[in-house]
Design a protein around this ligand. Structure first.
Ligand SMILES: [Fe+2]
Ligand SMILES: [Fe+2]
Length: 151
């Protein structure tokens, strides 16, 4: 499997979890309840960003340089980490909802940039064999079987 397709699949799953967080923030004023919804989503969001940083960004650096889109994506990953940490520590309901609102807006905008700009750049700069090799590394990391022949 091509790595960009695998990462797009992760975006689809994360979007479901982001919708769950958004719905919980709208319905609930219970801090523990809201932080629980954030915690369920946080692990996959962080692990997704690390997979992009470990597998994709280093292969794109020779083509795109360290600045430009990669610097922007890394900056946004750090901002996402910071907002998630702020949400974990926040003890006031209004401030918590505000932090989560900023996180949801940033995550939505970040995913859109990757889908509209970064992943198409990756498919232009890297050949199919490289992207499939990176997809195999992703599969090993995620413990899924790809490329089996079946019966
Ligand atoms: Fe990302
Ligand atoms: Fe992503």
């Amino acid at each position: 499997m091509n790595l960009t397709d695998a990462l797009l699949g992760e975006h689809a799953i994360i979007n479901e979890l982001l919708d769950h967080v958004r719905g919980t923030v709208l319905k609930s004023d219970d801090i523990r309840n809201i932080q629980g919804a954030v915690a369920a989503m946080e692990r996959i969001v962080v692990s997704h960003a690390r997979a992009e940083e470990d597998l994709l960004f280093p292969r794109l650096e020779p083509h795109l340089g360290q600045m430009g889109p990669l610097a922007m994506m890394r900056f946004e990953h750090n901002a996402i980490d910071d907002l998630l940490e702020a949400a974990r520590r926040e003890t006031g309901i209004d401030a918590l909802k505000s932090v989560i609102g900023r996180f949801l807006d940033l995550a939505h905008d970040h995913f859109h940039k990757e889908e509209a700009v970064l992943f198409p750049m990756a498919r232009k700069c890297l050949d199919e064999a490289t992207l499939i090799g990176l997809g195999d590394e992703w599969a090993a990391r995620r413990k899924v079987t790809v490329g089996a022949q079946g019966c």
